[in-house]
Design a protein around this ligand. Structure first.
Ligand code: GMT
Length: 377
């Protein structure tokens, strides 16, 4: 198949999923065209089956806001026509689904039929999409997509609750390429440099937005480190970073907390960590938790949204109510209580990650594409 993928090319989960999906499809022989405003951060391999088309918005002085959606639409029309695409797959509804709809109709007027799939990822529904300034367009674009998928059952239910949706939504969960996490490199030196006295390593990875409640990570850590020698690794960057550093100063933990910034290949750092903390307010899936589990790192998380579909309470980690830092700290201490318990949780986390193996999930997308393409031709 010849497929166009539209996504945000940043470190966000939807961009990561879209890029890894494209790479895996290309490895199976499909031709994949990424259509984005920047090269996706995870698009770090050369493949004769992968193509990249940049959406370039020119800076015209009349516009205070550049019309990105229109430029994307024109680019989609162009790429579909000249690369003879069979299907478009857009990740994150805003503004990708409405751009795909518009492109589809322009192409139809020229006698070209192309179906498009919209994958809902989370904040496009739970935060941004619900906003009255987007809602009518999102509702329309969801209803008019040729297929809609959601990354968890919880997100599907949220979508049905908040929008007047008159169509099926298929749940295709996020996935993980376990081979990437079979980290064989020498990590002992890295571990020694970060935890020279064999301290337990707690880790958090996110874009430090309010919805991630990263302050809770610092508070959980503060309780844990008073009970047992521990260090905290904060991976990522975002609007809350300054507040997080201030909180470390207030709690006098700066010497124990390391902010590592945006790390491209988190596998290495996850593989030396003992517990991953994800205290989000809302999370449609929690890809970061799945990545941790694939690296054999158990997860302490909240029980919100789609997280319970990923992290199994008492098995791959523990679930607590949003904001309950005492419970999260208590559960962290349970996991790191002794080597045998930690090892059991590590193995369980890895077993649970296998449920989302890319080799199980990829055929679900391929079947969906094949169906839509056969209907449209
Ligand atoms: O919230 C983020 O970190 C970014 C956002 C995105 O779309 O880039 O993530 C959402 O999609 C991810 C991939 O499907 C999910 O794993 C995240 O749970 C989801 N974030 C939220 O729902 C807050």
């Amino acid at each position: 198949m010849n497929i166009g993928i539209v996504c945000y090319p940043t470190f966000g989960g939807s961009g990561v999923v879209a890029t890894e999906l494209g790479k895996a499809l290309a490895a199976k022989g499909h031709k994949i065209h990424f259509i984005t405003y920047q090269q996706p951060v995870r698009l770090d391999i050369f493949s004769e089956n992968i193509f990249y088309h940049e959406v370039k918005v020119s800076d015209y002085p009349l516009f205070d806001y550049q019309p990105y959606e229109l430029v994307l639409t024109s680019k989609l029309v162009d790429v579909v026509k000249f690369e003879k695409l069979d299907l478009l797959h857009v990740h994150y509804a805003i503004p990708h689904a409405s751009a795909a709809y518009m492109a589809q109709h322009i192409l139809k007027s020229e006698g070209i039929n192309i179906p498009f799939v919209t994958t809902l990822h989370g904040t496009d529904i739970t935060l941004v999409g619900k906003d009255a300034s987007f809602a009518p367009v999102i509702t329309f674009a969801i209803n008019e997509s040729n297929a809609v998928t959601a990354v968890s059952e919880s997100l599907k239910q949220d979508t049905l609750k908040h929008f007047d949706v008159k169509r099926d939504i298929e749940v295709i969960p996020n996935f993980i390429c376990l081979d990437q996490y079979n980290y064989n490199g020498n990590v002992q030196e890295l571990k020694k440099s970060l935890a020279p006295n064999n301290e337990k390593l707690l880790i958090h990875v996110s874009n430090f937005r309010k919805v991630k409640r990263a302050e809770d990570v610092i508070r959980v850590f503060d309780i844990v480190r008073k009970q047992t020698p521990a260090k905290l690794l904060m991976v990522g960057d975002g609007p809350e970073r300054r507040r997080l550093e201030e909180l470390c100063r207030e709690l006098d933990t700066c010497h124990l907390v390391k902010f590592l910034g945006k790390v491209k290949d988190t596998e290495r750092i996850l593989s030396i960590s003992d517990v991953f903390i994800l205290p989000s307010e809302s999370e449609s899936f929690g890809l970061a938790a799945l990545e941790a589990m694939a690296a054999k790192t158990p997860v302490i998380s909240t029980n919100t949204g789609g997280i319970p579909e990923v992290n199994k309470n008492g098995i791959s980690g523990f679930l607590s109510n949003v904001g309950d830092v005492e419970s999260m700290a208590e559960n962290t201490l349970k996991i790191i209580a002794d080597d045998a318990t930690l090892e059991k949780f590590k193995m369980n986390a890895y077993e649970q990650a296998k449920v989302f193996n890319i080799h199980t999930v990829l055929p679900q997308y391929e079947d969906l594409y094949t169906n839509l393409i056969s209907k449209s031709s």
